[in-house]
Design a protein around this ligand. Structure first.
Ligand code: MN
Length: 286
């Protein structure tokens, strides 16, 4: 199933004709807390699933052009991310002249573990990436994103994939430079995600997906998740050992080689096989 957030934090199921609104199947959420509705939906998924399927089957589809898609999880509690999780990207960064080569910036996800992006950086498929600087190098990073489905700490490796609600496309937008990762990757609009969550049952193996990223017409990144240094279950086990995972948390799994600059006016398109495709436009702060 393909799940979207749209308009004013409404929840929908995507089909060939558009979006079926299934917001009413979720437990009532006070209007003031509507931003958290998707977190409740994911937390209640096991008991909601059959109702959502029935509502999606019987409901009327609105054409996609009549709604505004939001980030599928508009307000996650946390955004985990893996540093240098593809060997070819680690090598390209080691050879790059635009960053200071301290130990931490070169360590792979195996050694360096994880970092957090501000959850306020999350935006959706119809939002723009806004460059905060005119004179700094700002890069695209194409990444498979896992959406966590259940609360868990120190999740055993063998159970890790049971904690995944689904998958979506993500861009880990990054300012290059010497500051801490959490600053360089946390600017508003630096975590575009979407356009929908494909539920975990539809992805046989997240370690066998193909990722492509284009800037305008040029293919810049092409890779397979089989080349992840730390694979999906190990990331969940390792990161949940540090910080309890909660429904709706996002986990950016790292980028392959081919990262490069994005400039105002560029259209950045990420495609992940079986997961989806998202294209976002780049702008700049005035
Ligand atoms: Mn990244």
């Amino acid at each position: 199933m393909k799940i979207v957030s749209f308009d004013d934090y409404r929840i929908g199921v995507l089909n060939d004709d558009g979006v079926v609104d299934v917001t009413d199947v979720v437990s009532e959420v006070p209007d003031k807390l509507k931003w958290a509705r998707m977190l409740v939906f994911i937390e209640e998924w096991d008991s909601l699933r059959s109702k959502v399927e029935a509502a999606a089957k019987d409901g009327t589809s609105k054409p996609l052009s009549s709604v505004k898609l939001m980030a599928p999880v508009p307000s996650p509690r946390k955004v985990y991310a893996a540093p240098a999780n593809y060997k070819d990207h680690q090598e390209e960064m080691a050879n790059a002249t635009f960053i200071p080569h301290d130990t931490a910036s070169l360590a792979s996800a195996e050694e360096y573990g994880m970092f957090l992006k501000a959850s306020s950086a999350v935006t959706g498929p119809e939002d723009m990436v806004m460059r905060p600087y005119k004179d700094r190098l700002i890069h695209h990073e194409s990444e498979l994103v896992m959406v966590i489905g259940k609360r868990g700490s120190a999740i055993p490796l063998g159970e890790a994939m049971n904690y995944v609600f689904g998958y979506t496309c993500g861009l880990d937008i990054t300012v290059r430079g010497g500051e801490d990762r959490s600053k360089r990757k946390s600017f508003d609009t630096f975590a575009p995600t979407g356009p929908y969550i494909v539920t975990a049952d539809e992805i046989e193996d997240p370690g066998k997906l193909e990722i492509n990223l284009w800037v305008n017409e040029d293919l810049k990144q092409h890779a397979f998740t089989s080349n992840l240094i730390v694979d999906c279950p190990n990331m969940i086990a390792n990161m949940s050992w540090v910080a309890t995972m909660e429904p709706g948390d996002l986990l950016f799994t790292g980028t392959p080689s081919g990262v490069g600059e994005i400039l105002p006016g560029d259209l950045v398109t990420i495609n992940i096989s079986d997961v989806g495709e998202m294209a976002v436009r780049v702008g700049e702060r005035s």
